[in-house]
Design a protein around this ligand. Structure first.
Ligand code: NAP
Length: 504
């Protein structure tokens, strides 16, 4: 058995030819292959010899799997035929077969040799409370490796998986354990460094066989899974949703660039209190991991300030955080958005005394207004709902006006902090008509996806200097990176990675 974290490429193709081609590709990426036979439409399940053609050129060790419908299988196959195919196939053509615990008696009847057997348990609904009893039951069946896969309804369900991995380690039993779903992504990335025999990856985007599965390429190149260990420092992004965030790509690239033993994970968190108590706060957490801190995104930027031990002055003034650092057992909140917002702007326009109009009154607007006021700018707010924004305007001592009245303002700098124009939201639109940008000097859009928004195109057409949101995105991440690692961030690498991610 290898000590190196093993990445298993899952091949779930509909034809024998496509499966053979996919296995060939997997040969250059992964450490082993799981071949999902139940996906095949042109395969003779009743004749184990048909595996000869399929596996004759296998580039890596192969686990054959043919799931029953009740365990997530893709088609109905007679139970005896299915088990015979797997048991004989593993003996003659493959390296292992994966058989559900419920089908174990039939497999044992056909062959008492368990040396090529993976006995598995799946729960597609939940992570049951009695997982230890499940483990005891499953591992009592003779097998080379046991496997337990559950559905994570929340990220804290992952704790039960990490506990099982520790137990299996203590008992020297080879175990594959993980959780499906967004909350379980952490088990897929960290599982091998905690003793899981392997982790599964798809061969390409769109070819996933389970929710939360990453590609083998992402696991190996982005998350650098082969070098992760219990000593690896961990960071990540908490929020909901986080699966489309550019931050893992940017930060992991930066860690690789400086060869730091760090990894950055997408942490899908809904119940923030439970997460902080059970997984984060050093005094109460139930998991052994070197968590250094994390980025914070919607909906938690303002919701859990009271759960932190301290706030830095900017976070206090802004009233929102985007970063947590764990230092000396304490959770400290930071806001890197305010400084990051200023960095691209300060270089092209003097802000002391400059008249600036801020569009929108959400979380990002708070950081922007704070940064502008700190720089001596004169700030006015333009919003679609003046009543709703009254408190924010009052807290900063500025005026709020309807966004339709922007044309009559003499602001030289216009900053869009609304999501108008964002991909998947209202791409192609602008929060203001083009004429409202006429005669301005600078137009700054916080939206970074797409990089070219209608607001920026209109601004350029009106002769303004235009700044897109990408530079701020990179700058806020770079400041976080420095807080966690104490090192200056490799800005060019982070920018390249953010662009690559947004184009992909
Ligand atoms: P948020 O808290 O939801 O606030 C959005 C604000 O925009 C609210 O005041 C909302 O008004 C207003 N709004 C929404 N659509 C509008 C429209 N069509 N016209 C006028 N006002 C509109 O969001 P956020 O966290 O502040 O983020 C806002 C944007 O900034 C997002 O696109 C985000 O990706 C971007 N951002 C970028 C960076 C970066 O690093 N580049 C950093 C942070 C945020 P109501 O309250 O009436 O709904």
């Amino acid at each position: 058995m290898s000590d190196r974290p093993q990445v298993c490429a899952v091949i779930a193709e509909e034809t024998v030819d496509a499966a053979r081609a996919a296995m060939k590709r997997a040969g250059g990426i992964a450490d082993l292959i799981e071949l999902r036979l139940d996906f095949l439409r042109d395969f003779d399940f009743s004749n184990p010899n048909s595996l000869r053609v399929l596996l004759e050129d296998k580039p890596l060790p192969v686990i054959i799997t043919c799931r029953a419908i009740s365990e997530g299988g893709a088609q109905q196959i007679d139970e005896q035929i299915r088990i015979r195919l797997l048991v004989e196939g593993a003996k003659r053509f493959a390296d292992y077969c994966d058989i559900e615990a419920a089908s174990y008696p039939e497999a044992a009847r056909l062959s008492p040799d368990a040396s090529r057997l993976i006995v598995s348990y799946h729960n597609f609904d939940e992570t049951p409370d009695d997982l230890n009893a499940v483990y005891a039951r499953v591992t009592s069946l003779p097998a080379a490796i046991h496997k337990i896969v559950t559905q994570a309804r929340t990220i804290t369900d992952s704790l039960a998986i990490f506990n099982l991995l520790q137990r299996a380690r203590d008992e020297a039993k080879p175990l594959i354990a993980m959780s499906m779903g967004q909350g379980g992504v952490i088990t897929r990335v960290l599982g091998p460094s905690r003793g899981s025999f392997l982790t599964y990856g798809s061969i390409a985007r769109g070819k996933e066989s389970a929710a939360g599965q990453m590609t083998c390429g992402e696991l190996i190149n982005e998350y650098r899974i082969r070098r992760l260990s219990r000593a690896t420092s961990i960071t990540g992004i908490i929020g909901s949703p986080v699966s489309h965030s550019a931050s893992p790509a940017m930060h992991n690239r930066a860690f690789a660039e400086l060869d730091l033993d760090f990894v950055y994970l997408p942490l899908e968190v809904e119940d923030i209190e439970q997460f902080i108590t059970r997984m984060v706060r050093p005094a109460t957490r139930e998991m052994v991991w070197k968590l250094q801190g994390f980025s914070v995104t919607i909906p938690h930027k303002t919701s859990f300030l009271s759960l932190l031990d301290d706030l830095d002055q900017t976070a206090r003034d802004v009233g929102a955080i985007n970063t947590v650092v764990i230092r000396d057992g304490k959770l400290i909140g930071y806001n890197t958005d305010a400084q990051a917002f200023l960095e691209p702007l300060a270089g092209i326009h003097a802000l002391a005394g400059a008249k600036c109009a801020v569009l929108g009154a959400g979380g990002a607007a708070r950081a922007v207004i704070h940064g502008l006021l700190q720089s001596g700018a004169k700030v006015s707010l333009f919003v679609r709902n003046v009543d709703k924004s009254g408190e924010l305007a009052q807290s900063f001592g500025i005026d709020a006006s309807p966004i339709e009245s922007l044309s009559s303002s003499d602001a030289a700098v216009i900053i869009n902090t609304t999501p108008a124009g964002m991909r998947g939201h209202s791409e192609g639109t602008s929060p203001v008509p083009r004429a409202a940008l006429r005669g301005r000097q600078v137009a700054y859009d916080l939206v970074y996806n797409p990089p070219e928004t209608r607001f920026l195109l209109d601004a350029r057409a009106e002769g303004c200097q235009a700044i897109g949101g990408l530079e701020m995105l990179v700058a806020q991440a770079a400041l976080q990176f420095a807080l966690w690692t104490g090192r200056a961030a490799p800005l060019d690498a982070m920018r390249d990675e953010a662009k690559r991610f947004l184009e992909s």
